[in-house]
Design a protein around this ligand. Structure first.
Ligand code: HEC
Length: 126
């Protein structure tokens, strides 16, 4: 079994970088399911010193984490909004054959984001 690791920058390990298998776009549906998806600006993870682990984090803590430049890659609210247009983020709504897109439609998500940001990006308790 091939072990995929984050590596020193989040782009994989030498000789097993993410882009060894993940190309600049999703392969055509004719390739079937279980193929490595792709994205134009380079498939990668966050770097190890900024791992951005969201799983199991309570809503209030997740909200604070997302807004904290020390833990979100140095982004203020304006930069976070730009990040939502990053091809790797957009991929979540167009993940390719055999994968379910993010369940909230993108337009609905962006509208909710804009409302949240314009009201001071409040976080829930807990
Ligand atoms: C040796 C080839 C290879 C390398 C290197 C590789 N991947 Fe993959 N990746 C795959 C394959 C094959 C799939 C499709 C697996 C499937 O659908 O069962 C995949 C799927 C994925 C998925 C989608 C999972 C899902 O639930 O749909 C993500 C996310 C991912 N890889 C991230 C990465 C990251 C980040 C790196 C670099 C740190 C990386 N991969 C390096 C082969 C690779």
């Amino acid at each position: 079994m091939q072990l995929v690791l984050r590596g020193p920058t989040g782009h994989g390990m030498p000789g097993a970088g993410c882009t060894t298998c993940h190309g600049p776009a999703n392969p055509p549906g004719s390739y079937g399911a279980r193929v490595p998806p792709g994205v134009s600006n380079g498939w990668h993870m966050p770097p190890p010193d900024m791992p951005m682990v969201f799983v199991g984090v309570a809503p209030g803590a997740l909200c604070e984490q997302i807004k904290d430049p020390a833990r979100n890659g140095g982004k203020d609210m304006a930069a976070l909004r730009v990040h939502l247009d990053d091809p790797l983020v957009l991929w979540g709504w167009t993940p390719g054959f055999g994968r379910a897109p993010i369940s909230t439609p993108r337009a609905e998500f962006i509208t909710a984001w804009e409302t949240w940001a314009s009201t001071g990006a409040p976080c829930p308790e807990g």
